[in-house]
Design a protein around this ligand. Structure first.
Ligand SMILES: [Zn+2]
Length: 274
């Protein structure tokens, strides 16, 4: 067997939803399952068995676990697109594969790819569009590499759009202790690591533009996002929330994301604000 495999008897009782109300993480042999939103008594708790940015990608994995497929809201949104023709959803998956496996694209080519992908969505589709987010993140990386104040600002805009497409609700932080993301729910359909990397990048960009308040907000948001926690809107508690999520808090965050923090030149800033 090529990859590690385990049978977890109690977790196997959870049903799947591509955007579940709980998320799972394995730390060695220990599986940690945390709620990603407030769950009322009597509500079924669901987990995403497998991730995947496109409907085609998710369902090609899920068919190994589920006979009937998934009909969560995210899949229903995708099926809405199917009404316009199965070709659109297949085309979107092909464009996504092209992004993953293709050559290194120029900024102009990535913009074209973004437009081509946008055409595969129905106009009624909601804001959650993980494939578009991947392209927007790639566009942001190109803009940031151009390294001028105006391209850094444009890069920030693209990264913020990418987070929205991953299901994060953003808001302008009104004070130094406020987080720039809504904490009532953590999207579980996308990879926390990816979102945390974007938030660290945003912190780095704002710091370069001498905007310490937003830089601190995004770094704190990354600590929150990485942990997979939500639980408290109390602004003084986000590090405690992280501890509650996977027991590691700021220390585990620094261990997991340390290289990213170092790469972004944020070590001293992180020590100061976290
Ligand atoms: Zn689904």
């Amino acid at each position: 067997m090529d990859s590690p495999t385990g049978l977890y008897l109690l977790p196997s009782l959870f049903n799947h939803s591509c955007d579940g109300n709980a998320a799972w993480t394995c730390i060695g042999e220990v599986m940690v399952i945390r709620a990603t939103e407030h769950i009322s008594a009597g509500t079924e708790i669901t987990l995403p068995y497998a991730g995947g940015y496109s409907y085609v990608e998710r369902h090609s994995t899920l068919k190994h676990f589920m006979l009937s497929g998934c009909d969560c809201w995210l899949c229903k949104e995708c099926k809405e697109d199917l009404k316009d023709g199965k070709a659109a959803i297949q085309r979107r998956h092909e464009l996504y594969t092209k992004l993953l496996k293709g050559p290194k694209y120029s900024l102009a080519e990535l913009r074209t790819l973004e437009q081509q992908i946008a055409k595969t969505y129905s106009s009624s589709r909601g804001p959650v569009r993980p494939i578009t987010s991947k392209v927007q993140h790639a566009i942001a990386s190109k803009l940031i590499a151009l390294d001028s104040p105006s391209t850094l600002r444009e890069g920030i805009k693209e990264e913020l759009k990418a987070l929205k497409g991953f299901g994060y609700k953003l808001h302008a932080s009104s004070s130094a202790s406020d987080l720039p993301i809504a904490m009532d729910r953590l999207p579980s359909m996308t990879d926390f690591y990816m979102a945390a990397c974007i938030m660290i990048c945003l912190s780095h960009l704002f710091l370069r533009l001498d905007d310490d308040r937003n830089a601190a907000g995004w770094l704190k948001a990354a600590v929150w996002g990485e942990s997979g926690a939500f639980l408290s809107r109390s602004r003084s508690h986000y590090l405690l929330v992280t501890n509650a999520a996977i027991g590691g808090g700021k220390e585990l965050f620094m261990l997991i994301m340390g290289l990213r923090i170092e790469h972004a030149g944020l070590q001293e800033f992180a020590l100061h604000v976290l």
